[in-house]
Write a new protein. Structure first.
Length: 87
């Protein structure tokens, strides 16, 4: 598991191993718009302020992945214990 901090909302949630970031955020009242939920369409793109994403999408380019400042929250996870998102 890892923690996601929603910086703009001032809330945080722990993402369990069997759920997505999107599903965890719903529990604290934050609804991220999704479409494909498979990392393909880019609808759920969020800005990363701190932490290192574990990219599991096929939407970002290699260069965008390496920058660690964007994440597709329907399917990607975290390498760091904590991810701070601009949401
Ligand atoms: Fe399509 Fe996340 S909903 S990439």
């Amino acid at each position: 598991s890892f923690e996601v901090v929603a910086a703009a909302s001032g809330k945080a949630v722990t993402v369990a191993g069997d759920e997505s970031i999107v599903q965890a955020l719903v529990r604290i009242g934050i609804d991220i718009p999704v479409s494909c939920e498979q990392g393909v369409c880019g609808t759920c793109l969020c800005t990363v302020l701190e932490g290192e994403p574990e990219h599991r999408d096929v939407y970002l380019t290699d260069e965008e992945r390496a920058d660690n400042d964007q994440i597709l929250v329907c399917c990607s996870r975290a390498r760091s214990a904590r991810l701070v998102l601009d949401i």
